[in-house]
Design a protein around this ligand. Structure first.
Ligand code: ADP
Ligand code: MG
Length: 211
């Protein structure tokens, strides 16, 4: 059983994430049509297709941190919407924080915490603002707890995915305070946030490959 986040797992994660986005982009766009401008699925689909292509070009000895950094830079370059720079910064900061050649669960949790901090620095959102942070924060917290409790990467991945999905569901009743959805005021209530939903999808992709 694998218990370190290495190059193979980094590549598998991003490719699984791209496949999940490809499969569910219409659902993400429908969510963004309700409380945004209806481009979230299209944005991420274009971004992750470019990520997949960029990963195919990486040298064979690229460490896992540089894999994430490359994916992040690609998202920033290819996605026009708010989510591109936000997810891109998250991946770049997480990648920069990852040790080579492999990270244990505790180091991975620390790196993803650094990614979340980058999102919050850039976007100014906190938990409860009805953004991707509402899924990202509980997922990182679950990884940190799992590391503290001595869980395996596989167990931690499942816990993080569940926490992110619960966080995304919990955005439904909230009123958006950041991003485009905040322009709607109380009319943003009753809809699940698209970015929190895609964040949960990314953590579910991680859980699927971390085994
Ligand atoms: P845009 O809003 O520019 O059309 P997208 O539709 O791709 O970009 O992404 C929208 C998602 O981005 C939202 O659902 C939300 O989760 C996330 N988002 C927007 N603004 C912020 C912010 N300031 N902080 C964190 N996440 C944000
Ligand atoms: Mg949008």
């Amino acid at each position: 059983m694998r218990n370190d986040f290495d190059q193979e797992l980094a590549l598998a994660w991003l490719r699984a994430a791209a496949a999940a986005v490809e499969q569910r982009h219409e659902e993400l766009t429908a969510l963004d049509t309700a409380i945004g401008d209806g481009d979230h699925g299209t944005n991420l689909r274009r971004g992750f297709a470019a990520v997949t292509a960029a990963l195919d070009e990486l040298p064979a000895d690229t460490p896992p941190g540089a894999v994430l950094t490359k994916a992040g830079s690609t998202l920033i370059a290819k996605v026009g919407g708010a989510s591109g720079p936000l997810f891109g910064s998250a991946l770049r900061s997480a990648g920069a924080a990852l040790p080579a050649p492999a990270a244990d669960l505790s180091a991975l949790a620390d790196a993803l915490r650094a990614g979340l901090v980058a999102v919050q620095k850039l976007g100014g959102a906190v938990v409860g603002d009805k953004t991707m942070v509402d899924a990202f924060e509980p997922a990182v917290a679950a990884l940190e707890r799992a590391a503290f409790d001595g869980f395996t990467l596989r167990e931690a991945g499942a816990l993080a995915a569940e926490a992110a999905e619960a966080g995304a569901r919990a955005t439904v009743p909230l009123r958006a305070r950041k991003g485009r959805a905040s322009y709607l005021g109380e009319r943003s209530e009753g809809h699940q946030d698209p970015g929190a939903t895609s964040t949960a999808l990314l953590f579910r992709a991680f859980a699927d490959v971390a085994r």
